[in-house]
Design a protein around this ligand. Structure first.
Ligand SMILES: [Zn+2]
Length: 397
């Protein structure tokens, strides 16, 4: 026997409609009639959803556009005055903050090169809070919340493992930062996961199934399946750097041997090339230095070997290279492609697309901010809670 569904609460319907409307506007400015088409909602419903958002200055109307025949329209878009999301990246040798509008555009950003390896948690939180306050003030906007990216494994609201910035291990840094800044919404996740999210929200730049690979000292991966990040049971999914490509091979910081990080991590590449940094390596490659060329070729093959194993397990069609790998992409890609072509079983039916992240070194902070903008678009009551209406009354959307 089929049970009939119970009555659906009107508020849930309205929330669902608001979600659809906000997501539709992410595809670009549009008139009410176009938004009705994009969402499948009636024009009357769109109009009733739009008015409170205009009063709250979450949306704004552009000047009248005369599109030939028919009534002139006024495209709606996210307002420049709308509240903003803050994306924070704590990394081994830098801190970065980006202030992002709901449409994903950047309102302000700052980056400080600083060695965080031996800093204590209090000192780290003070630095981050100071950088966030300065960047937010520069943007002149109200904050929705903070997304925080850390170079470690996050489970629940605790950083459970952060070998390169040890002060983070065991910390509930989200709670600490929320208290320090008096900002209730702080969400924390792993850096590679958030860099992957930057390619998923607000625009889907790599489809619904892809792996984002960040190449730094370590190698991390953000795995996106069916349009969602795959974190695994305890947050350890995507530890691509510790896929073993040579049994009994080079010792790794994780205690194992033969991990791909020891062959294709940036430290390994620079050591093999005899280069001091990425800039020097880049220059040497351009000058035809054979040692550098060989180091990068070997790293590309090693990375491709590990990626082929990953793809044989999860069958994604696209790999996005970011972080330091974005800088080396042209030199690294041939070696990676060769291994993907020969090692991925599905490649006979569908070759794997290998591409470079368009965001360079800003991907992590952008993805951290996207954690907040996505949350607010999918739970629009959070937007209404943050914003007083333009006429001073509290308005619920
Ligand atoms: Zn390892």
């Amino acid at each position: 026997m089929t049970r009939l569904p119970g009555p659906v609460h009107l508020r849930q319907v309205r929330t669902g409609n608001l979600q659809a409307l906000l997501v539709a506007i992410l595809d670009g400015p549009a008139s009410r009639a176009e938004l009705a088409q994009r969402t499948g909602l009636t024009k009357a419903t769109v109009a009733s959803l739009v008015e409170p958002l205009l009063r709250q200055r979450i949306l704004a109307e552009d000047p009248v556009v005369n599109a030939g025949r028919g009534r002139p329209s006024r495209p709606l878009r996210f307002s420049d005055a709308a509240p903003v999301a803050i994306g924070v990246e704590i990394n081994v040798r830098h801190l970065a903050v980006t202030v992002q509008r709901l449409d994903g555009s950047t309102a302000a950003e700052r980056r400080v090169e600083i060695d965080n390896r031996r800093r204590g948690i209090d000192e780290l939180i003070d630095s981050v809070a100071g950088l966030v306050s300065a960047t937010l003030t520069e943007s002149g906007r109200e904050p929705l919340g903070i997304g925080l990216a850390v170079p470690g494994i996050v489970h629940g609201d605790t950083v459970v493992h952060a070998p390169n910035v040890p002060a983070l291990t065991g910390s509930r840094i989200g709670e600490r930062l929320a208290a320090a800044l008096g900002m209730p919404m702080v969400m924390v996740d792993n850096e590679a996961n958030l860099a992957a999210l930057a390619h998923l929200w607000p625009q889907r730049l790599a489809g619904d199934d892809f792996v984002y690979v960040s190449g730094d000292v370590g190698i991390g991966a953000g795995i996106v399946l069916g349009g969602s990040l795959f974190r695994g049971g305890s947050g350890f999914a995507g530890e691509l750097g510790h896929v073993i490509i040579e049994r009994g091979g080079r010792p790794c910081t994780c205690g194992s041997y033969g991990c791909v990080e020891q062959y294709a991590g940036l430290h390994a590449i620079l050591a093999a090339a005899g280069a001091r940094g990425l800039g020097a390596l880049h220059d040497a490659l351009r000058q035809g230095d054979t040692r550098s060329r060989s180091a990068v070729n070997c790293a590309g093959s090693a990375l491709g070997t590990a990626l082929a194993s990953l793809i044989n397990v999860c069958d994604v069609g696209t790999v996005v290279l970011g972080g330091g790998y974005a800088t080396l992409f042209d030199d690294l890609a041939p070696g990676v492609r060769a291994e993907l072509g020969s090692g991925v079983l599905a490649a006979v039916r569908r070759p794997v697309t290998l591409t470079v992240s368009p965001f360079g070194r800003t991907a992590v902070a952008r993805g951290a901010a996207a954690l907040i903008t996505r949350r607010c678009c999918l739970a629009p009551e959070l937007l209404s809670a943050t914003v007083p209406s333009a006429d001073g009354r509290s308005t619920t959307g």
